[in-house]
Design a protein. Structure first.
Length: 420
């Protein structure tokens, strides 16, 4: 066990708290900007809905494509720590550039480039905090995921409210400040993080063994990535077309007050924070009873639950027709969707990190985020159908995508369970 893992906070290595808080503020900045992005394009820049959905999908895709390059750079040259600091600084610059309309596309590109260095280098440090066989390691990714969602919960409330009530650029500026806070925490807590692994080439015999190990897992990880891509095509609509439905199809009145559109996007991360401890307790009891669910099967269950969530919206939209629906249905949707998300997304990240070959931790974690790249492209393409089909049919399509992902993950379960 590394020195960083010998002393604990809340029963976990201190470094996990530093990574938790750093990622929390990074996600605050990312989701703060993302919360406003579609509204900003359609209401301020006057983009057509199809163009706004395409730009949104392309941006989120590129933000998750650049980590492949950034992960390789971190593993081979920069090191994970330097990559986090450099990438975070570039991202903060991009968020501040969003305050200037002529810089819109340059700002999006800058954020995506910085994210490429930052994103794979931070979570790939989690595995190194634990000794092999440490039972806390599997749950660490769900704990880490709560940190992400605290940032995601605060972002619409702070950045969204500033953007809607005082001007879009105030919201974008708040996102940049959040990124700087995350960097400050990371730099201050570096002594609690695991040491950098050696970046020199391994001996020839070791290199051959590593190549053999990579071949054994490559095709299975590719299959999981394809399933995650299909799943993301449905899941990413919560930041793309779902806000448009909330704006026009949901009655947001409550006690004489019109709930701001962006506040509903805080429901998902708030539910992650509330539901994770209960879910972890349930999973721990199953493990203690010898009935622990395998990672791929857990992911399959999660995708199926998300399909149920979109099926609910399809039914509600079909019954409502042209009328607005009560926001309680939206709350029920987010509760079901979040339960499914907790089964699939932290589990997938942990699976890729666990199977990472030596000295390729950031690159392998980046491969998980590559599925978000391809899934975001798919989500952008699917989002262009929003204005062409009725809402019930669109939500039913999303349910079908999630079910397809569940079926593929179910088929991959047995071969993945044979891996060491």
């Amino acid at each position: 066990m590394s020195g960083a893992a010998e002393k604990t906070w809340f029963g976990q290595p201190r470094g996990l708290t530093i990574l938790f808080l750093t990622q929390m503020w990074e996600l605050f900045s990312y989701y703060g900007m993302r919360t406003l992005l579609v509204y900003y394009m359609t209401k301020q820049l006057l983009f057509a809905q199809e163009k706004a959905s395409f730009v949104y999908g392309t941006y989120t895709a590129m933000a998750y494509f650049t980590p492949i390059l950034g992960g390789a750079i971190a593993d081979r040259w920069l090191g994970k720590r330097n990559a986090v600091v450099l990438g975070g600084g570039i991202m903060a610059l991009g968020h501040f550039l969003m305050a200037f309309e002529p810089m819109f596309y340059l700002a999006l590109a800058t954020i995506a480039l910085g994210n490429g260095l930052f994103l794979p280098s931070l979570p790939s440090q989690i595995n190194d905090l634990y000794a092999a066989g440490d039972p806390r390691r599997g749950r660490a990714y769900n704990v880490y995921y709560v940190g992400l969602n605290i940032g995601g919960f605060l972002a619409p409330l702070v950045c969204g409210t500033l953007g809607e009530l005082y001007g879009w650029h105030y919201g974008f500026g708040a996102a940049g400040i959040g990124m700087f806070l995350g960097l400050a925490i990371y730099v201050a807590g570096r002594r609690y993080l695991p040491p950098e692994p050696p970046r020199r080439p391994p001996p020839a015999a070791t290199a051959r063994q590593e190549r053999d190990a990579r071949r054994r897992v490559w095709w299975l990880l590719l299959g999981v990535g394809i399933a995650a891509t299909i799943f993301r095509g449905a899941y990413e609509q919560i930041g793309n077309t779902l806000p448009l439905w909330i704006d026009t199809g949901v009655d947001r009145a409550w006690a004489g007050f019109a709930i701001p559109m962006t506040w509903f996007q805080s429901l998902n991360p708030l539910l992650v924070i509330a539901m994770t401890p209960l879910l972890l307790m349930a999973w721990r009891r199953r493990a203690d009873a010898g009935r622990e669910t395998s990672p791929a099967m857990r992911m399959a269950i999660g995708a199926a639950i998300v399909a149920v969530a979109y099926g609910l919206l399809a039914a509600v939209a079909a019954v409502a027709g042209e009328s607005r629906v009560g926001w309680g249905w939206l709350l029920a949707f987010f509760a079901i969707l979040t339960l499914g998300e907790l089964y699939i997304l932290p589990t997938g990240l942990g699976l890729f990190a666990r199977l990472a070959p030596p000295r390729l931790g950031a690159t392998t974690v980046a491969s998980w985020f590559l599925a978000i790249f391809s899934g975001s492209l798919l989500a952008g393409a699917v989002g262009t159908l929003w204005s062409r089909v009725d809402h019930a049919g669109f939500f039913l399509l999303l349910a079908a995508l999630a079910l397809a992902a569940a079926a593929l993950l179910w088929r991959l379960d047995r071969p993945i369970r044979t891996l060491p």
